[in-house]
Design a protein around this ligand. Structure first.
Ligand code: HEC
Length: 143
C-alpha cells in the first residue's frame, strides 16, 4: 500500500481514541501471543460476534461480505494478515483517499461514527479471526 499522509489534528484524535480504547478493552493487544478474539468449539466470544455485526453494518458494502473484498475496496481478511492493530485503527478513524492513477477510491474516516469508533476492537477481532483462518464465512455462533 502506498504511503499515506498523516494530518495533525486527526492523528492526535486517533491517538486519543486509540488510547481510550486500549485502556477500556481489558485485553492487551500489545502482547503478540494474545489474540483479539476467543473461539471455543467453533463459537466466538461476545466481542467477536459484535465485530461481525458491526462489520456487516458499516463496512461490507465496500469491503465485501465476510471481509472478502470487492472491486472497490480491498479484502480486509488479506490486509489483516500483515497489518498491525495500530495501522488498522488509524485508517478506520482517519480514513484514506487513493486518488492515484485515475482512481477515485475513498475510505471514509469513522472517527466521528460512534457505532464504529467505539467498537474498533471488536471489528478488528472479528477480521483478525477471519485473517488467521480460524473463523469461516457467515454469521458466527456465540458461546
Ligand atoms: C465507502 C466505501 C468504504 C467503506 C464503507 C469502508 N471502507 Fe475501508 N476502504 C475503502 C477503500 C476504497 C479502501 C482502499 C483505500 C486505498 O486504496 O488506499 C479502504 C481501505 C481500508 C483499510 C486499509 C486496508 C489496507 O490494506 O491498507 C482498512 C483497514 C479499512 N478500509 C477498514 C474499513 C472498516 C473497518 C470499515 C467499516 C467500519 C470500512 N473500511 C468501511 C472503502 C470503504
Amino acid at each position: 500500500m502506498a504511503f499515506r499522509g498523516r494530518k495533525g489534528p486527526s492523528l492526535s484524535l486517533a491517538i486519543a481514541v486509540g488510547a481510550a480504547l486500549a485502556l477500556g478493552s481489558g485485553t492487551s493487544l500489545a502482547q503478540d501471543e494474545e489474540k483479539p478474539y476467543e473461539i471455543r468449539d467453533g463459537k466466538v466470544d461476545q466481542g467477536t460476534y459484535n465485530g461481525f455485526r458491526r462489520y456487516h453494518a458499516s463496512c461490507h458494502t465496500c469491503h465485501g461480505p465476510d471481509g472478502l473484498g470487492s472491486s472497490y475496496a480491498p479484502s480486509l481478511v488479506d490486509s489483516l494478515k500483515t497489518m498491525s492493530y495500530e495501522d488498522f485503527a488509524e485508517v478506520v478513524i482517519n480514513g484514506r483517499e487513493n486518488l492515484a492513477a485515475g482512481q477515485e477510491k475513498v475510505m471514509p474516516g469513522f472517527g466521528m461514527v460512534n457505532d464504529v469508533a467505539m467498537y474498533i476492537d471488536d471489528i478488528y477481532g472479528y477480521l483478525q479471526a477471519r485473517a488467521d483462518g480460524v473463523l469461516g464465512r457467515g454469521r458466527p455462533e456465540r458461546f
